[in-house]
Write a protein of this length. Structure first.
Length: 320
């Protein structure tokens, strides 16, 4: 009799918990609001700093990088170089890593550069050269910057130093990067790479490592958005979507779905996807904004994005 009562109680408890699980899905709590007005620019690709105190963004053609405090009230341009494509923050939120581009005698040349968030002071890690098709990545607790070049890994000293005890806690210092038509896992200090590509002869885009370091999100050019474990297992197809950004707890990915007329984007909404692909939520269904390039705030309470026709950076408050 007692066992039957326990079974009934367990079933009832499970039933009660079901609506709570559904309510845990991310949802918008208000309409998007302008966080940084365009001021004559077309701002884009805003990315939160890891500590959530600020965010950085660029403009059309990836010209220049700006940094704003989390309220959007204090905006500073830290460089006017063509350096805004796929930049990345250091884990201490003090430095931005990027590939700067210039043209010499009509030939494109690029160099790896670091920019201080507060002063804009720049540090050039490599010479300007042609053929730099990949993006530099942070590695080894940000002490190194790595670049795939001619199928080899180049490593540069960033000038940052990490606590020795922290290094002992995480001995496996893998990094993940895009090679030519491949996803690769790299290792420091031997600068080796291991192919973890789930598809052959595919073009991979917008690789993002989850905050817990256990999963990868990426796009296939002309295809869909995927997540998988860092060892290449448990591949999940999330369908057509672009520009992924992870939730702080690594349980969701936010990305945009777009429609176009063959020439320009006509519609775009921001969706969240659970990593198992079972939960999909449109966060911007109630607005007519063309919402692109979302970035999930480190505290989990908001998402920033840009709008290509207006040039503003928007803030969308969310809850779980």
């Amino acid at each position: 009799m007692k066992l039957k009562k326990l079974a009934v109680f367990a079933a009832l408890f499970t039933f009660i918990q079901m609506p709570i699980a559904l309510k845990a899905q991310p949802k918008a709590t208000s309409e998007p609001k302008i966080l940084v007005p365009s001021n004559g620019q077309l701002y884009q690709n805003a990315v939160w700093a890891p500590d959530g105190s600020s965010f950085a963004f660029t403009s059309t053609q990836f010209q220049g990088i700006w940094v704003a405090d989390k309220s959007g009230s204090k905006v500073t341009q830290i460089t006017n170089k063509n350096a805004g494509y796929a930049f990345s923050w250091s884990s201490d939120s003090k430095t931005i890593l990027t590939r700067a581009t210039e043209y010499v005698n009509r030939r494109k040349q690029s160099a790896i550069m670091l920019f201080d968030k507060d002063s804009g002071e720049e540090m050039q890690l490599s010479e300007f050269r042609s053929g730099m098709t990949s993006m530099p990545q942070w590695a080894q607790f940000d002490e190194k910057v790595v670049l795939i070049s001619d199928e080899k890994v180049e490593a540069f000293d960033s000038g940052k130093k990490t606590n020795i005890e922290k290094q002992k806690m995480v001995p496996d210092q893998s990094f993940y990067l895009l090679k030519r038509n491949k996803l690769a896992k790299g290792m420091i200090p031997d600068n080796s790479t291991e192919n973890i590509s789930p598809f052959e002869d595919a073009t991979y885009l917008n690789l993002q490592v989850s905050p817990d370091g256990k999963k990868l999100a990426f796009e296939i050019f002309g295809g869909n958005l995927y997540v998988m474990n860092v060892d290449g297992s448990q591949l999940i197809d999330l369908g057509p979507a672009n520009h992924p950004s992870w939730s702080p707890d690594s349980k969701y990915v936010v990305a945009n779905k777009i429609k176009d007329d063959g020439h320009s984007i006509t519609e775009a909404d921001i969706y969240t996807f659970s990593v198992d692909g079972n939960e999909i939520t449109n966060l911007t269904a109630s607005t007519s904004l063309i919402a692109l390039n979302p970035s999930w705030a480190p505290d989990g309470t908001s998402i920033i994005f840009d709008e290509p026709t207006k040039g503003n950076i928007y803030l969308l408050e969310i809850t779980r």
